[in-house]
Design a protein around this ligand. Structure first.
Ligand SMILES: [Zn+2]
Ligand SMILES: [Zn+2]
Ligand SMILES: [Zn+2]
Ligand SMILES: [Zn+2]
Length: 492
């Protein structure tokens, strides 16, 4: 199924099933894969989206041709609801009411339509991992049976043999396990929360194995095109990994998510290391001796040796999580206060602490550029960057954004101190050069983001800021030189 490509080939083993490996040495930054999705669908239980452009629906329209496909406007066409799908839908004994009253049938139905016009794609799709044995008779299995299988059978889209072959369960399993979360591009200016996350199915990228330390950098642009770059050098024969989970979560949290969603237990280098590369992102302070650290698992104090029950740790983490989520309009003051409280219980680099600190960086970025605020923002960015480099080495979005924030605080602080005559022009230039360097490093990573994406737009902003910064450094230096050449004249 995967065409001979110069960078990877398909391999197979017990742990990963089918997966792709580097077919030659791949250099950091190399584009390994660029792929269009064969399917975009809402999250499980999500609302129906436009069949064609995948936008959320403000008003309902139906395709003027098949009268079944739901569209965001009657003229939306030629993207995902193409002529072939339209014709296939038209041939079915269903009406649009059947679709509207059973929104969960939409995605499996669209996969089943491939039987009529794209058998090859269906075959490739059905080869992907579905973990049927793991899912059989689970809650999600029963839900799929009632909400999808039974409905499609009654509508005569499925026959007895489809039921016997568990076609719907297979389709749902494959989608749950192999899709990537993609963002709906912003079509309005209402802000970030408006965008509903979608799931995108990419047949080739789905063959990448998971590792909590990815060797690739993934990005999806506003047209849902997926780009996979090598985040680090990848030697020939090495699997090409992506990180399915959130790199900013601790070991337990990631494990739970992987088990739920992908049905496997990760054995990567980070998951096997209770210190998580020395970051201590899951470590708590011992509530008894207040000296040692508790690391998973067992949660034994490194100093007094006492072992704490797993449920106690879980409760502590859950309670903290709840309190973080409770902040509706967080302010610098209340988050800083909350951080102090956390410091009694958690290691200063615990992932929950880091999450609060990242929120703080965002708030400081919007706050008045007071010296105190800028210094604190710099301190936080440096701390976070150090950790990000350990957990996401190589080309990294979180590193790029932290560096971007760091540069802006360094530059603002330099300007402020210079204006206040806290240091002279030489020191001012030195600080601006530091900011320039940090910004250049940020841009180096941001340039792997597709142009048509929020990060790609940040890259464009960063580039123009770099130009401005360079210009002001040049001007200051030029001004200095002029002064120097003027000085001797004055003496005469
Ligand atoms: Zn549309
Ligand atoms: Zn149609
Ligand atoms: Zn792992
Ligand atoms: Zn202890």
């Amino acid at each position: 199924m995967v065409e001979a490509n110069s960078f990877y080939q398909v391999a197979k083993n017990e742990i990963f099933g089918r997966f792709i490996v580097a077919s030659k040495n791949i250099k950091q930054g190399q584009l390994i894969l660029k792929e269009n999705p064969v399917l975009l669908c809402p999250q499980v239980g999500g609302p129906i989206i436009c069949f064609n452009c995948c936008a959320q629906l403000k008003k309902l329209f139906f395709c003027p041709d098949c009268r079944i496909a739901v569209l965001c406007n009657p003229n939306c066409k030629n993207q995902f609801h193409n002529l072939q799908e339209c014709t296939a839908l038209k041939s079915l004994p269903i009406k649009h009411d059947d679709v509207l009253s059973n929104p969960e049938i939409v995605t499996p139905l669209r996969c089943l339509l491939w039987r009529q016009f794209n058998k090859n794609q269906l075959e490739n799709f059905l080869q992907l991992e579905a973990h049927l044995n793991f899912r059989r008779d689970s809650q999600i299995w029963r839900r799929n049976r009632v909400n999808i299988e039974d409905v499609l059978f009654k509508l005569k889209i499925l026959d007895e043999s489809d039921l016997k072959e568990e076609v719907v369960q297979k389709i749902c399993g494959i989608l749950d396990i192999n899709t990537f979360d993609v963002r709906q591009p912003q079509r309005n200016r209402l802000g970030f929360n408006q965008a509903e996350n979608l799931r995108g199915l990419y047949l080739r990228a789905a063959l990448m194995a998971h590792d909590c330390v990815a060797n690739t950098h993934l990005a999806v642009d506003d047209d849902f095109v997926l780009y996979v770059h090598a985040a680090v050098d990848i030697p020939e024969g090495s699997p090409i990994y992506f990180n399915y989970t959130d790199v900013l979560q601790g070991n337990d949290e990631r494990k739970r998510r992987l088990l739920n969603a992908k049905h496997f237990e990760c054995q990567c280098s980070r998951c096997r290391d209770s210190t998580e590369f020395g970051t201590e992102m899951s470590s708590l302070k011992c509530p008894r001796c207040h000296k040692g650290l508790l690391r998973p698992n067992p949660w034994q104090c490194s100093s007094c040796q006492r072992i704490f029950h797993d449920s106690l740790i879980k409760m502590t983490v859950t309670e903290c999580r709840r309190r973080i989520d409770e902040f509706e309009t967080p302010t610098i003051e209340n988050l800083e206060k909350f951080l102090k409280k956390l410091s009694f219980t958690f290691h200063p680099q615990h992932y929950l602490v880091l999450e609060v600190e990242q929120n703080l960086v965002r708030l400081y970025a919007q706050a008045a550029p007071r010296t105190k605020n800028l210094n604190r923002k710099i301190e936080l960015c440096i701390k976070l960057l150090d950790i990000f480099q350990k957990i996401e080495p190589g080309i990294s979005r979180i590193q790029a954004i932290a560096m971007y924030e760091l540069h802006s605080a360094v530059a603002s602080l330099a300007q402020k101190c210079y204006n206040n005559r806290e240091f002279g022009i030489e020191e001012f230039v030195k600080k601006l050069l530091t900011a320039e360097n940090i910004l250049k490093n940020s841009i180096k990573y941001l340039l792997y983001e597709p142009m048509k994406s929020p990060e790609g737009r940040l890259a464009q902003n960063a580039l123009s800021e770099l130009k401005m910064l360079r210009l002001s450094i040049n001007n200051i230096q030029l001004g200095e030189k002029k002064k120097e050449t003027r000085k001797p004249k004055k003496k005469k």
